[in-house]
Design a binder for this molecule. Sequence first.
Ligand code: MG
Length: 322
Amino acid sequence: MRHWEKDTSVKVSPYLQKFPQLNAFHGKPGFISLVGHRGARGLMPENTIEGFEYILDNDIIAIEFDVLLTKDEVPVITHDFYLSKSITRNAEGNWLLKNGPRISDLTIADLQTFDVGGVDKRSSYGSLYPEQAFLSDVRIPKLSDLLELACLPKGQNLFLLLEIKSDLSIDKRKVIEHIVFEIQKRSLSNRVVLHSFDWDLLDECRLIAPEMPRSYLSQMPESSEDLFDKPTEESSPDFTSLNCSIPEAIQAAGGHLWCPYFKDVTVDLVAEAHNLGLPVCTWTVNEVEDIENMIDTGVDGIITDYTDRAKRILKSRGLNWR
Ligand code: MG
């Protein structure tokens, strides 16, 4: 019998009625939530409309993606604080020679002259994604482009785990207000979970957009050898100095979802989170053995670059996804 099937301590989140979008990130017997990381980074260019459409075409209802603000205060979907030479070509089609400039130093018009339709597979970052499609004329999307997709019939079942990147050079409140404005304008608050490593920023979200639930990211320093997913530059709590467990700290902060790095996840921590009414979605789980292990810990959801691989594993174990 699988751990989570016999774990009677699992409780349903007390917030499901208030925030129905949490259903998309909540496990139930026989079901695990699969969340496409940056769309489906293992298969399609990350954080692109093309990648999000792949998700929609492949029976996944939840995506995680990253939002930053441009110089002219347009929320855009991209991960790094600067243009990354590993994934960015200039208007002439050549790879950038170095990282930069910063997203916050470029206008949306500047930004959209660059092509992010693939990774440079000669780079150390690109070598991690040998199966990723290589496309051309792909632009960094505006948040509004994805929200418009979510408003179309084909996107009507899509749920968004929207990571607000905490750019310390920009006022947090301004970033949140621009993002929330775009969501509220399209009446999509009930399809979005706000997600961040910056717990102070999430506290601002509680005040600015109380109608949207909040997801707390964590990564312990001892498991931060994963260079490309590390929350560098970002402000995040010092988890080594907490006087309680991380699930308890999230509950105290009024959080609704916990997203720990997968190497930090244990059966006991998942059970503790569930006892506090907190669903657990873990990131970024790509290898077969790691996906298997995370299923065994009883997590509610798995955030992965390889949604196809995760689906096959769930099926082979008699499980389903949503
Ligand atoms: Mg992210």
